[in-house]
Design a protein around this ligand. Structure first.
Ligand SMILES: Cc1ncc(COP(=O)(O)O)c(C=O)c1O
Length: 380
């Protein structure tokens, strides 16, 4: 596929934002400039901190006739293999400030809990993690290895969060959650400040102006954290494109209607961390006016893209990208296959595109399976 012009990939749906009105200061004010600056200062001071690579996908940009495609490789984020390492662990550090002997708690689908457990371990705190019956044993074990006590809850993620809140209130534990609800907004703001560190790094890694940025969304924390970073650190504002699984397109539907919409997920996506039915409250304040275009994709090309990243289809480097690392590339390729849409968002030979490779093989067993499936589909 390296030389072919056509991938034949299609978006499931796309909509433009009628309420687009990017306002740097309003965006920064949602979380506070102090929080954004502090996140970089603290995180870049941690032992073992390294900027994650910004890789040029040269073969792909030649193929799609774009100037550059930059891939932020979060598989190298500390030893946690996902951008989530920036959020939960930083929030734990801030929650601990001025307090002694606290116990932190959270509910998680996997990666966020790992970050919280790691943050607690770094500071010698006790950590209780609530997981639903759907979280794999492999993910539970990773969190146990970081010293957390794992509490399995019957039912889905919502049930694990309810149980986390009940037990934490009873026992005086500090909840470190990445999603917001009424009167619980401070910690999610901290996690978003942590995610903005990716953009601070990128602003130091290239002197090219980014013209388009593709951002994955589950509840919208990562996307809005990145947009915070754009508002704070980028001199020019790129076009912002959201990508979600077709069965969990809560940002797309909310942007379309101009108000928060709940999606009843009928089939869970293979992009597990992004299979979310509701946009979180704080991210929504940022997303509603700052994104230009929302797109959704099926699972169809996920395994293939994992195999292409690993087998040098996009550049000379071997890239380990898990299921949630693929959507930016899939959406970009699909947009490029639609000439009318490509024109409408001015994607052309002068474009510098940024995609976020959110995670590596955070779930090694699933990664291996998807890589094998993808290689079979490619016939390699
Ligand atoms: C591993 C992983 N989990 C979750 C998400 C979703 O993040 P959020 O729920 O903050 O939108 C992503 C990326 O979008 C991801 O890569």
């Amino acid at each position: 596929m390296g030389n072919s012009k056509n991938f034949g990939w299609k978006l499931s749906r796309y909509i433009f934002n009628k309420n687009f009105n990017f306002n740097r200061q309003n965006i920064i004010n949602v979380c506070g400039e102090k929080n954004i600056i502090d996140a970089y200062k603290k995180i870049s001071g941690w032992k073992d901190y390294n900027t994650t690579p910004l890789i040029e996908l040269k073969k792909l940009s030649d193929n799609l006739k774009l100037k550059n495609i930059f891939y932020k490789d979060e598989s190298k984020r500390f030893h946690l293999k996902s951008f989530k390492a920036l959020g939960g662990a930083y929030a734990v550090e801030r929650v601990k400030e001025g307090k002694k002997n606290i116990t932190v708690s959270t509910a998680t689908a996997g990666n966020h809990g790992r970050s919280v457990a790691w943050g607690a371990q770094r500071l010698g705190l006790k950590c209780k993690i609530f997981i639903s019956e759907y979280v794999s044993d492999a993910r539970a074990e990773e969190m146990r290895k970081l010293g957390a006590e794992i509490i399995r809850v019957k039912g889905n993620y919502e049930k694990s969060l309810e149980e986390c809140i009940n037990q934490s209130n009873k026992n005086g534990w500090e909840i470190v959650q990445d999603v917001a609800w009424e009167n619980y907004e401070n910690v999610p703001k901290l996690t978003m400040g942590g995610y903005s560190v990716m953009i601070k790094e990128i602003s130091n890694q290239t002197d090219q102006y980014i013209t388009h940025i593709f951002l994955q969304a589950g509840v919208g924390g990562m996307a809005s954290g990145a947009i915070l970073g754009v508002a704070q650190y980028f001199k020019r504002i790129p076009k912002i494109i959201i990508v979600e699984p077709e069965n969990a397109d809560c940002v797309l539907q909310s942007v379309d209607k101009g108000s928060l919409q709940k999606v009843n997920i009928k089939k869970e996506s293979i992009m597990g961390g992004m299979s979310c039915g509701e946009v979180s409250l704080v991210p929504w304040k940022i997303l509603k006016n700052s994104v230009n275009l929302c797109t959704s994709i099926s699972d169809k090309n996920v395994a293939k893209t994992i195999a292409m990243l690993k087998n040098n289809y996009f550049c000379e480097k071997n890239i380990i990208g898990g299921e949630c690392a693929t959507p930016g590339i899939i959406s970009l390729i699909s947009v490029c296959e639609n000439q009318d849409l490509k024109n409408k968002i001015s994607l052309d030979e002068n474009s510098n595109v940024l995609v976020i490779g959110c995670e590596g093989d955070a779930d090694e067993i699933l990664y291996k399976k998807l890589l094998d499936d993808g290689k079979k589909e490619l016939g390699i």
